[in-house]
Design a protein around this ligand. Sequence first.
Ligand code: S3P
Length: 450
Amino acid sequence: MSGHGTPIPMTSRKGAPLRGEAHVPGDKSISHRSLILGAMAVGETRVTGLLEGQDVLDTGRAMEAFGAEVINHGGGEWSVHGVGVGGFAEPENVIDCGNSGTGVRLIMGAMATCPITVTFTGDESLNGRPMGRVIDPLALFGTQSVGREGGRLPMTIVGAKSPVPVRYVVPVPSAQVKSAVLLAGLNAPGNTVVIEKEATRDHTERMLVGFGADLSVEDTDEGSVITLVGQPELKPQTIIVPRDPSSAAFPVCAALLSEGSDVLVPNIGLNPTRAGLFYTLQDMGADLTFENMREEGGEPVADLRAQYSPNMVGIAVPPERAASMIDEYPVLSVVAAFAKGQTVMKGVKELRVKESDRIDAMAQGLRAAGVEVDEGPDWWTVTGAGFGNVEGGITAQSRLDHRIAMSFLIMGLATNKPMSVDDGGPIATSFPIFEGLMTDLGAGITRTNV
Ligand code: S3P
């Protein structure tokens, strides 16, 4: 859906210790892929624990527009009756991906080698984001497109009628780009090869193998070489979606920052391409442990236990870890504000093209709240003032960005004065139960005007 209606101002304040268990929703990346790959398989895919956030619901609606049947059985149980690789029908209407970069870029890839024409749009945030990074490699398959200036949505894509396979070196560390090329490669004859120099989340590769595609990954001097044999028949799967580490980051960081807290966040996917924040927090001295480590559905999973950690110190985050925690820098910058010393975050220019320019969005709010932040095109530093020394007392702009809204609300649980955000509405894109889950733990988070 484009836009999300009336703004929902929210406020958070210091209060009781956080206690209990935080059952965060299903992984957003895996949820999108479950619906898209389910729609490209022949037969019925069953999905348990799907994230029912707006981003994923928009992808589900898009799959229906392409001819798949998407059924909500309730309680996080969904099924998708797929139409097979190359079987997408031409949608009768514009595909609106709302706020979701993952949704639109993966769907563009999935339809790019089908003989159909599709127009995509989104909300104000999504329509400002670069699509050239996906359109350029899709053109190599024979796809044509026309969009707004700067490769922005709305954009119409004419799928390749006689697709050819491609060999593509991904120029930016982006799982969305990698995945779009692989999904397009599914309906091209022969081998599509994607090379990535920096490892990004690998859910598409893992899930394609699960759906029966012939895909191999080789580590070479050039980087990771992913080879996909085109035109497989994907077999429907039963998928249990692990809980989202990017959502877990919020109750975990809230517990680290709130005096006396002890919170368990069970069943969190700890795929190494996603878990960078938790190792970074441990490096900073956080009292954060992984309990009951196990493997579920091909993904490593653990229960995270986070306790109040007043002695954290700033660190230089290893830049090679950036891709594995790219969505977690906003909330990390909040933790850094309470640590002692400087936290240095380098190699993060991708943060500037997310749902918002996340460096700018956080820097502005942090500075207004009394925190020292320095920034360059692909780096930023936060100089922590230590617990008890961060003033707060401002209203931050969430800029249609769920993670910015949630980060500032977590911050307000430890600042001297409450923190507000102008609009908590975007939180529903990825973490619709955030407010209830946090208040059940004891957090002082409220809607400002209600
Ligand atoms: C995602 C990839 C990342 C991430 C996004 C989800 C995915 O984006 O920021 O939230 O599911 O593939 P990029 O691929 O643009 O880095």
